[in-house]
Design a protein around this ligand. Structure first.
Ligand code: ATP
Ligand code: ZN
Length: 304
């Protein structure tokens, strides 16, 4: 396989996202929060971009790296687990690297972990020596086993990996975990993390032609803003001037607040852009320190 990104010049950008599944809705809403909108086609495989020349292709997540490699799509939203595994598989069959992670997107968090039966007393990776490990991620597992210097047999399964030990197909597994509930239900426990994953924007290693490069740059800038906004809140409250030394250190990762003097007495109105989580506990602490009328507002947009 030696496909490369040499698609004919296009004046529109095409982004592949998952059609349905865990990453489908969050990917779409993140792109929508960058000001993109689409006219949906009847079969909903292709969505034509309206506000910007940025179209969507709705596909299975596993196909996304290959579509970028073949130049069918310019960018894609896919789990780091899938992107890395596909890259390793292409490398193993002699393909040069053609795609890479452009940036992480802050959703779809999970980890690829080795899990063993609850009954095992875990002492370390060498315990897997000579064992059979079921996984859908042979490339990542092989790489990790080699790094650990462990020789184990990889049993490739495309789904339902977690029941393999009970069926006698394998001794241990290597699979995606988020809460761990599925593992627990199968009397397994995670013992080693192989990869920390989340959804990422994937793109080619090679440069785009100028038109698509411009669109991709615009999108990256808007993504930056959209992702920052997601985590940020505007905190508004009042406090007396003498309470400020106690209140200010409690503001969660805030930029310098705007302070406005109110007509009566010593009372001040403050607003602070907070980049950290504004929890109930933090609000209660602020109140105890002398803040009144606390209000937390979501932020629609931000352009620094
Ligand atoms: P498709 O039909 O597109 O092939 P799928 O069944 O492979 O769908 P999903 O189960 O929707 O895919 O998972 C998509 C991605 O979501 C995973 O590759 C992973 O990056 C991420 N993810 C987050 N949490 C989990 C989890 N607990 N289990 C599996 N994937 C998770
Ligand atoms: Zn898939």
């Amino acid at each position: 396989m030696t496909s490369s990104v040499t698609a004919p010049a296009r004046d529109r950008l095409r982004i592949a996202i998952q059609k349905s599944g865990r990453l489908a809705d969050p990917a779409r809403s993140l792109l929508a929060s960058c000001g993109l909108s689409w006219r949906e086609s009847r079969d909903r495989l292709f969505c034509f971009g309206e506000t910007l020349p940025v179209d969507l292709l709705l596909v299975r997540d596993d196909d996304i790296p290959g579509l970028i490699a073949d130049g069918v799509c310019d960018l894609g939203v896919v789990g780091r687990n899938v992107l890395t595994e596909t890259g390793l598989a292409r490398g193993a069959s002699g393909g040069a690297p053609v795609f890479r992670e452009w940036r992480s997107l802050g959703f779809g968090q999970c980890r690829l972990a080795v899990a063993v039966p609850d009954s095992w007393q875990w002492t370390g990776a060498e315990q897997l020596s000579g064992k059979r490990i079921a996984t859908s991620y042979p490339g990542l597992l092989r790489q990790w086993l080699e790094a650990q210097g462990v020789d184990a047999e990889i049993v490739l399964l495309s789904g339902s990996v977690e029941i393999a030990p009970r069926l006698g197909q394998a001794d241990a597994i290597c699979d995606l975990v988020s809460s761990g509930a599925t593992l627990a239900a199968n009397q397994l426990k995670p013992v080693e993390t192989i990869l920390e994953s989340e959804a990422v924007l994937a793109g080619p290693i090679a440069e785009f032609d100028p038109v698509r490069a411009g669109l991709a740059e615009l999108l990256m800038r808007r993504l930056e803003g959209a992702l920052r906004v997601r985590k940020s809140k505007l905190l508004m409250f009042q406090a007396n001037r003498d309470a400020l030394p106690r209140v200010m250190p409690l503001l969660p990762d805030a930029e310098t607040p705007t302070v406005m003097r109110l007509d009566e007495g010593d009372s001040l109105a403050l607003q602070a852009l907070c980049h950290g989580a504004v929890t109930w506990q933090r609000l209660e602490e602020l109140k105890r320190a002398g803040a009144r009328g606390l209000m937390v507002l979501p932020i629609e947009g931000m352009l620094a």
